[in-house]
Design a protein around this ligand. Structure first.
Ligand code: SGN
Ligand code: CA
Length: 515
């Protein structure tokens, strides 16, 4: 080779081998998915609800301040395991086969963690799982059995089951931070699903927050004493009311020496160590004595239950909030914030006394909606909000797009990436489909499906053939079923047609349907 040609060859070769600079390398972001169980948006102060002032969530709110708050995030099916199956697969319940909590997740299905793992990610799942089958698609997993325990919980890993000493929300966070620090030298991006048990029933507070809200009186929802006047059988026959269903002993901790030894004892009190029990009793013994002296009845008893419920539920959320703060601090202190998308959401919403209820399942707003906040500094603009209809169906495609992994055709959501960056596409969806299947079951909520737009919601309790229609602008608390109101005839016809079309779009087959 002549010297000049050799020189040229050398220059060209070294150019092509030159390492790319930071900006040239498309970097797959880390994804941290923080998922709570039954966390009502009404209990996050960033949503500015009636509880915001008395029970602030400063750390969860940091995510909204750093990024985006979605005001209309919904779920496909407002119940735990089916919601989780929709998140993992990006499909509706009739496609992933997980319609009720009694089903077992088919772990051979394609899920976003599997695809991320195949495409360069370290993936982990830590906390509540609830899908019965062994987790698939994770390099590392540590899960609570079934619903898990608040105190000294059992933790299952691929190799064994151990009892973790302490309070579940702290433990799930400790394990997550451990895993993150171990991942840091792997050279791979991470995708961590950090899934809390809290604030699931029975709302057991941590030792440090036992006294937190004891001196406060929380504002009641305006419809705490809803009489369901314009609604059908389902709202009237549910079994999830503060009045009839919420139990003084097992839910509200009015324990006698006798029931401390029964099932309540095994699940809660029986799991505590001596010092945890002493702290617990020091808080609850005076509450029990005060309750017994009052001899409350009727509406006064419901009001008292509501206050106890809020004190316990919101205190479990304070532990979640403290631990979200620990995680955000960890990301900041370890230089991980800039390249990490943090998502905060819940498997569904929850009633905090609205309609006189707790629990979820119905397509009414409090349980159909779920909180959704995200941060990704430098990518998601700071402090923006979004009012478009988004769904737990959308996570899988969102994460895949950010990781530059093509989404399979089977997935039925849509990537939220443009909305997160503040650019909602013109053709973003105007309607969402909902379907709840778990009946007969605990809380007795009848099967129903429905469609919502940003303004109107149509629900069909198809086994009863009963319909409900709401105008969410005129009636945000959904107190007035306008299905039979002549003024809404054209809306009713349009929404019924829309339900038919959206079912066709998603390939839904319902055994008994009357249109
Ligand atoms: C348990 C709860 C119910 C709750 C379901 C489903 N009862 O059965 O109140 O609706 O879980 O919850 S409890 O006495 O065990 O607390 S879900 O979030 O897992 O779907
Ligand atoms: Ca749940």
């Amino acid at each position: 080779m002549k010297p000049f040609i050799f020189f040229l060859f050398f220059v060209l070769a070294s150019c092509s081998e030159k390492p790319k600079t930071e900006e040239e390398t498309p970097k797959q972001p880390n994804i941290l998915f923080i998922f709570t169980d039954d966390h009502a948006f009404q209990a996050i102060s960033a949503y500015k609800s009636r509880l915001a002032e008395l029970a602030p969530t400063p750390n969860i709110d940091r995510i909204a301040t750093n990024g985006i708050l979605f005001n209309k995030a919904y779920v496909t099916n407002s119940i735990c395991a089916p919601s989780r199956a929709s998140v993992l697969t990006g499909t509706h319940s009739h496609v992933n086969g997980h319609r009720t909590n009694a089903d077992t997740f088919d772990g051979s299905q394609i899920t976003f963690p599997k695809l991320l793992r195949e495409n360069g990610y370290n993936t982990a799942l830590i906390g509540k799982w609830h899908l019965k089958s062994v987790p698939t698609g994770f390099d590392h997993w540590e899960i609570l059995p079934r619903q898990g325990h608040y105190y000294n919980p059992d933790v299952i890993s691929a190799t064994d089951t151990t009892v973790a000493e302490g309070y579940v929300t702290d433990i799930i966070t400790d394990k997550s931070l451990n895993w993150l620090s171990e991942n840091q030298d792997s050279g791979k991006p991470f995708m961590l699903m950090l899934q809390h048990k809290a604030p699931h029933r029975k709302w057991e507070k941590s030792p440090e927050h036992l006294a937190l809200y004891e001196d406060l009186t929380f504002p009641e929802p305006d419809n705490l004493f809803d009489d369901y006047a314009t609604r059908g059988t389902a709202a009237k026959t549910q079994d999830m009311s503060l009045n009839k269903t919420m139990d003084l002993a097992s839910d509200l901790k009015i324990w006698t020496d006798e029931n401390k030894k029964g099932p309540v004892f095994n699940r809660t009190y029986g799991r505590m160590n001596d010092s945890q029990r002493a702290n617990w009793d020091a808080t609850y013994d005076p509450i029990i004595a005060d309750f017994q002296a009052k001899n409350l009845k009727g509406d006064d008893l419901v009001r008292w239950k509501y206050q106890r419920y809020m004190k316990d539920y919101l205190a479990t959320i304070r532990s979640v909030d403290d631990n979200v703060g620990r995680v955000l601090d960890y990301l900041e202190e370890n230089g991980l914030s800039e390249n990490t998308l943090v998502v905060y959401t819940s498997d569904q919403g929850f009633y905090l006394g609205e309609h006189g209820w707790f629990d979820k399942r119905f397509m009414y707003e409090e349980s159909f909606r779920t909180p959704l906040l995200m941060q990704w500094p430098g990518k998601i603009p700071k402090g923006i909000t979004n009012d478009k209809l988004v769904s737990n169906l959308d996570f899988a495609q969102t994460f895949l797009e950010l990781a530059e992994v093509p989404a399979p055709d089977r997935m039925q959501g849509r990537s939220l990436a443009p909305l997160m960056m503040g650019n909602t596409p013109e053709d973003w969806r105007d309607y969402l489909y909902y379907h709840y299947y778990e009946f007969p079951a605990v809380h007795s909520v009848r099967k129903h499906e429905g469609v919502t737009s940003e303004r109107y919601k149509l629900m069909h309790f198809y086994e009863l053939d009963e319909w409900e229609l709401y105008d969410l602008v005129e009636d945000p608390m959904e107190m007035k079923n306008i299905y039979t109101e002549p003024a809404y005839d054209s809306i009713k016809i349009a929404m019924t047609d829309r339900l038919k079309r959206i079912k066709t779009q998603y390939g839904v087959i319902v055994p008994k349907s009357n249109y």
